[in-house]
Design a protein around this ligand. Structure first.
Ligand SMILES: *Cc1c(COP(=O)(O)O)cnc(C)c1O
Length: 388
């Protein structure tokens, strides 16, 4: 079978790109041909493989990373009257799902321009009698300072939920990100390290939480269509009002192919990040974030995030790169400054507000070539008038 053409050919260097080859196409077409498309044996296989990969007891496949976060918050009992702490420098899904369970998001600050992860001191300062949980993010796949977070959570009796959307394969002191708190949430959106189109996974070592997550994922029903189809069950009860957040077989089959490749794909992402670091070393107007990550951690290298010295440089740089057909992005506009969340924040977040307007995300995907990397670096240095 012939390989399929790249999806983003409008750009010379897209921000991210899925790798479509004969094995991926075969995995998807096998499912289509099988005639069983909804949650079944392939989802179960994918869950078992993912659980083994992370070293966790339970992995439940869901329809998106957002669904994973929503289920994690519900299953841990976050609801009306509760505050949930979350970094403002994050994708908005974390805050939206906190609102959807009836709780209040309380936004926390980051450490700074090198370490874009949650600042434990800001977490401590935001805790009140209403605080129930902390949703931590492993930004860009770089593990957050879990030692401080776990210590604060233990002292104050808080639940830790990990938004590990950027971090499949990342390790904090040898432990898989997503398996350190009570529940971990992964996203398999098309631009993530393990893409299935839409999709996600929620993981936990807690048997009771896993049972609740499983019920909530599928309408609160005690059996699945798949189990009834196989004659393993004939009827069902509904024990709580749940959702339809299931993953389907097609996506699970694609996910299994990608999961086998993930260590190699993450390694290649790391190589490209090192390439950016060495091309930008010594340049005064820009610096790659997470340049001083502790050696004891392994990043999933999801994003190539650079921090400019001045916010005023960003628009010009992004325009110059776009003219060269190089796609860039910003991860993220801070959540507490969006219209829907403005006013919910009592305190300022000085480091988030200083760093966010200076962030620029550069192209990064495993099959990006060294020539593409060089083109991005040269165009970027030109735009900054730092070409040497
Ligand atoms: C992608 C992402 C999500 C949401 O995942 P979806 O699968 O798109 O719903 C949540 N948090 C972070 C940090 C993400 O990057």
């Amino acid at each position: 079978m012939k390989d399929v053409a790249p999806s983003a050919d409008a750009w010379r260097v897209p921000l991210s790109d899925v790798c479509v080859d004969a094995e991926v196409v075969q995995a998807a077409s096998d499912v289509v041909a099988s005639g069983w498309w909804s949650m079944g044996a392939r989802v179960e296989e994918f869950e078992a493989e993912f659980a083994r990969f992370c070293g966790v007891r339970h992995a439940l496949a869901v329809s998106s990373g957002t669904a994973a976060l929503h289920l994690a918050l519900m299953a841990t009992g976050c609801g009306p009257g509760d505050d949930v702490l979350v970094p403002s420098l994050n994708f908005v899904a974390a805050a939206n799902t906190i609102v959807h369970v009836g709780a209040e998001p309380r936004f926390c600050d980051i450490r700074g321009g090198d370490d874009l992860n949650l600042d434990p001191a800001s977490v401590e300062a935001a805790i009140s009698a209403a605080t129930k949980a902390i949703v931590v993010l492993h930004y860009g796949g770089f593990p957050c300072d879990m030692e401080s977070i776990l210590q604060i959570a233990a002292e104050r009796g808080l639940i830790v939920i990990e938004d590990a959307a950027h971090a499949p394969g990342a390790l904090w002191r040898g432990r898989a990100c997503g398996t350190i708190g009570a529940v971990g949430c992964f996203s398999f959106f098309a631009n993530k390290n393990l893409p299935t189109g839409e999709g996600g996974m929620v993981v936990t070592d807690d048997d009771e939480l896993a049972a609740r997550l499983r019920l909530l994922r599928s309408h609160g029903m005690t059996t699945l269509t798949w189990e009834r189809h196989r004659g393993h069950a004939h009827s069902y009860d509904v024990t709580l009002p749940g959702f339809n957040y299931r993953l389907d077989e097609l996506r699970a089959a694609v996910g299994s192919v990608y999961l086998r490749r993930l260590p190699e794909l993450n390694r290649r992402r790391g190589e490209i990040l090192d390439g950016y670091r060495s091309r930008l070393a010594g340049v005064s107007s820009i610096r790659m974030a997470f340049s001083d990550t502790p050696e004891s951690n392994v990043s999933a290298h999801h994003l190539a995030v650079a921090v400019l010295s001045e916010a005023g440089l960003r628009d010009g740089v992004r325009t110059r790169l776009a003219e060269a057909r190089i796609q860039t992005s910003v991860h993220y506009p801070p959540i507490h400054l969006f219209s829907a969340y403005r006013g919910s924040q009592q305190t300022r977040l000085p480091r988030t507000e200083s760093v966010a307007p200076r962030l620029i995300t550069l192209p990064l995907y495993p099959h990006m070539t060294n020539e593409q990397l060089e083109l991005v670096a040269v165009t970027l240095l030109d735009a900054l008038e730092e070409r040497r």
